[in-house]
Write a protein that binds this ligand. Structure first.
Ligand code: MG
Ligand code: ZN
Length: 224
């Protein structure tokens, strides 16, 4: 199987469990402070996730973890077999760092303060106006709105959008894809649960390709 050739194609990667074969938020604590990781699991239902990660990063800093340790931890994090990255390098002919591979990285803002604390904030500030998405996006970001805004910034229209995702927060942008677009959906995670009934009832506009292991994502990307 392969997809018809198109002139203008956009490939969108969700990060955790899509481009990375891990959850970067949890990974840092799993490696550096398993007790904090456990605490996050306990507090997950009560505290908004981005806020909880920010709060846990502060506790990690108080425990003495350094910027270097956090960066090293992220450096050893598994990627989708590095296949997605090698695919992007092959297409774009660049090989230095994620930021050079992508036109844009849309994420929650974070910066290191001089003491080595990684200060993380929600993309949508909780004290300002909130998104009005009803699909179930988390308060920190509506990925569907972000996709629409990206498309506005990067006209003309793309002939095909390929969206690689896994989580329930990827459902909103996937609902906005057109019939010529395709979602590469990782099985057995939130997105899979949400799109299955839509797909079965023919309510999804875009095409769906499922994958489980990283090598299957690689095979799909090779067909583009
Ligand atoms: Mg994800
Ligand atoms: Zn949304």
């Amino acid at each position: 199987m392969s997809f018809p050739a198109v002139e203008r194609q956009l490939i969108v990667f969700d990060f955790d469990w899509s481009l990375a074969d891990q959850d970067s938020d949890r990974w840092v604590f799993e490696v550096l402070a398993p007790k904090l990781r456990k605490k996050m699991k306990e507090l997950k239902k009560e505290v908004q996730w981005t806020d909880l990660v920010a709060q846990s990063l502060k506790e990690l800093h108080d425990l003495g973890a350094t910027r270097e340790e956090i960066e090293d931890t992220l450096r050893i994090m598994p990627f989708v077999s590095a296949s997605a990255c090698s695919f992007l390098i092959a297409r774009r002919g660049k090989s230095k760092g994620l930021e050079n591979l992508f036109d844009e990285i849309i994420t929650n803002p974070a910066e290191w303060d001089p003491s080595g604390l990684l200060k993380l904030r929600r993309r949508i500030d909780p004290s300002g106006p909130q998104h009005d998405c009803k699909v179930g996006c988390s308060p920190n970001m509506c990925k569907g709105d972000e996709l629409d805004a990206f498309l506005q910034r990067h006209g003309p229209e793309f002939d095909r959008i390929v969206y690689v995702g896994d989580g329930s927060n990827d459902f909103c942008p996937v609902l906005r894809l057109r019939k010529q677009d395709v979602v590469f959906c990782r099985r057995y995670r939130g997105l899979h649960d949400l799109i299955r009934p839509y797909e079965e009832e023919g309510r999804l506009h875009c095409q769906v390709q499922y994958w489980t292991g990283a090598w299957e994502a690689e095979a799909l990307l090779d067909q583009l």
